[in-house]
Design a protein around this ligand. Structure first.
Ligand code: ATP
Length: 235
């Protein structure tokens, strides 16, 4: 089975000489929910940004949907939807326009039927003519996910989807992610929260100081390490 994402011997050194990623190797399987768990500054956003082609790697290879992220950037990028950590939501645009425009950015022909399906799945249909800036925080997050799904990607990245959100919204997000997976999308999310990884993921990778220190099925990770040990790994 071909991986949806394949990362081989990936290294990243920023311009100031800081090595943010060290020999990362990672395979993400079609249809799984993979949680990348790590403390502040571990390298989660750097890794996601490189896989999505937003930041240059220093060395290594990355493919998305079987396409090389450097030499086949457009094709690789088309397979990916990205919901970044920083949400840019102060928009005068309506939900419908913003989501349709995102699709256009990928050079895809308009497909109102797909946009309708995405908005309905995210409970945004009734808000489609509302300006994004007028929506609640939870609805804005949903709009960001709708934008990321607008071009029908097979892989969805969620960078810390529940950082700073209240308990209720966190539960909503978890349910939403499960629903998306049921629709066949492969999901990779980053988080600081062990509970979130435990609740959501099929497999968990732990990253610390730029190194992936383990990747395990959730059940075997929890039985091998237990929460206490895992918490120590995340400090
Ligand atoms: P957080 O959970 O706080 O978002 P993270 O795991 O996503 O952290 P990154 O944002 O990838 O971590 O940062 C990894 C390391 O790389 C940190 O030490 C950070 O300071 C450093 N770093 C990130 N971007 C740059 C940059 N442009 N130049 C230099 N160093 C950087």
């Amino acid at each position: 089975m071909q991986s949806d994402i394949s990362v081989r011997h990936l290294n990243k050194t920023y311009g100031d000489g800081f090595q943010a990623l060290k020999d990362i190797n990672l395979e993400i399987h079609p249809g799984e929910i993979f949680a990348l768990l790590g403390p502040n500054g571990a390298g989660k956003t750097t890794l996601i940004s490189i896989i999505c082609g937003l930041v240059n790697m220093t060395s290594g290879n990355v493919t998305a949907g079987g396409f090389d992220i450097v030499s086949q950037y457009r094709k690789a990028r088309e397979t990916i939807g990205l919901v970044p950590q920083e949400l840019n939501t102060d928009s005068f645009e309506t939900v419908w326009d913003a989501v349709s425009f995102s699709r256009g950015l990928f050079g895809k022909a308009p497909n109102p039927g797909h946009i309708e399906k995405v908005l309905k799945a995210l409970s945004l249909w009734d808000k489609r003519n509302n300006r994004i800036m007028s929506l609640s925080g939870g609805m804005k997050r949903r709009v960001m996910i709708a934008k990321a799904l607008s071009h029908e990607p097979q892989i969805l990245f969620l960078d810390e989807p529940t950082a700073g959100v209240d308990v209720e919204l966190r539960r909503d997000m978890w349910n939403l992610v499960r629903q998306l997976r049921e629709s066949g999308v492969t999901i990779i999310l980053t988080t600081h929260y062990i509970e979130e990884a435990e609740e959501m993921a099929d497999r968990i990778g732990v990253i610390r100081q730029g190194e992936i220190i383990l990747v395990e099925e959730k059940s075997s990770l929890m039985s091998k390490l237990g929460k206490k040990e895992l918490r120590l790994q995340l400090q």
